[in-house]
Design a protein around this ligand. Structure first.
Ligand SMILES: CC(C)(COP(=O)(O)OP(=O)(O)OC[C@H]1O[C@@H](n2cnc3c(N)ncnc32)[C@H](O)[C@@H]1OP(=O)(O)O)[C@@H](O)C(=O)NCCC(=O)NCCS
Length: 174
C-alpha cells in the first residue's frame, strides 16, 4: 500500500504534537529551535495524514557559508521508508536556494546506520565532533550525555537553485 508524505515548514503546533521524541528535554530544545526566526534556522517536518512523522532543522548561522543540518529524526514506526532521505534532500534544496554551497551534519560514533545513510547521500567525513547534550535516563533523571562523533560534509549542486521547494510530496510504501 502506498501513502503520501509531505515535507513543509514546521509550526509550533507541529512540534508540540510530536510524542515520539526521545526525551522531554529534546522536545523543549526543538521548540526553542522552532521559535528562532527563519533567518537563523529552518525547521521542517514530514507529515502523513496530518501526523508529524519526521523532523529536521537547518541552522544558517552556526557556521558561516554552511547549512548545518541537525535534529533529524523520523518516528521509529516510520523509519526505513525513505522519509529521512527525503527530509535531507529538502534541507539541501532550501540550502541551495539560500545560495549556501556546503551542507554539514554531525553523527554520533554509536550511530553507524545514520552515518551509512549520510554517506550514501554524498556526505563525507571532515572532522571529529564532541557534544554535551541534555538527556534523560531510563528512570526519568536528566543528565548531560557526552557524545563523540564525526562531522560530515557535502558540496551541494548549485545547478539545482531553481528546483521547486515546498511542499515536497512523496509516496512511500508501507
Ligand atoms: C537516521 C534517520 C533520521 C533516518 O530516517 P529514515 O526515514 O529511517 O531514513 P530512510 O528511510 O531514508 O533510510 C533508512 C533506511 O531505509 C532504506 N530506504 C530508503 N528509502 C526506502 C524506501 N523507499 N523503501 C524502503 N527502504 C528505504 C535506506 O536504504 C536505509 O536502509 P538501511 O539504513 O537499512 O541501510 C532515522 O533512522 C532516525 O530518526 N533515527 C533515530 C534518530 C537519529 O539517529 N537521528 C540522526 C542523528 S544524526
Amino acid at each position: 500500500m502506498s501513502i503520501g508524505v509531505s515535507i513543509r515548514d514546521a509550526t509550533i503546533a507541529d512540534v508540540r504534537s510530536i510524542d515520539w521524541a526521545s526525551s522531554r528535554v529534546q522536545s523543549d530544545a526543538w521548540l526553542r529551535e522552532c521559535r528562532r526566526g527563519q533567518r537563523e534556522a529552518s525547521f521542517m517536518v514530514a507529515v502523513c495524514n496530518g501526523l508529524v512523522v519526521g523532523k529536521v532543522s537547518v541552522d544558517w548561522v552556526r557556521k558561516p557559508g554552511v547549512a548545518w543540518i541537525w535534529m533529524a529524526s523520523v518516528c521509529p514506526a516510520w523509519q526505513g521508508h525513505g522519509i529521512g532521505t527525503a527530509m535531507i534532500a529538502a534541507a539541501e534544496v532550501r540550502a541551495i536556494r539560500n545560495r549556501v554551497v556546503f551542507a554539514e551534519l554531525a553523527v554520533d560514533d554509536d550511530n553507524p546506520r545514520a552515518a551509512a545513510l549520510y554517506e550514501r547521500l554524498g556526505y563525507r567525513f571532515v572532522g571529529s565532533h564532541f557534544e554535551r547534550r541534555p538527556a534523560v535516563d531510563d528512570h526519568g533523571n536528566e543528565y548531560v550525555a557526552e557524545k563523540n562523533g564525526r562531522v560530515m560534509r557535502k558540496a551541494l549542486d548549485t545547478a539545482g537553485t531553481d528546483s521547486p521547494e515546498f511542499p515536497v510530496a512523496l509516496m512511500i510504501s508501507i
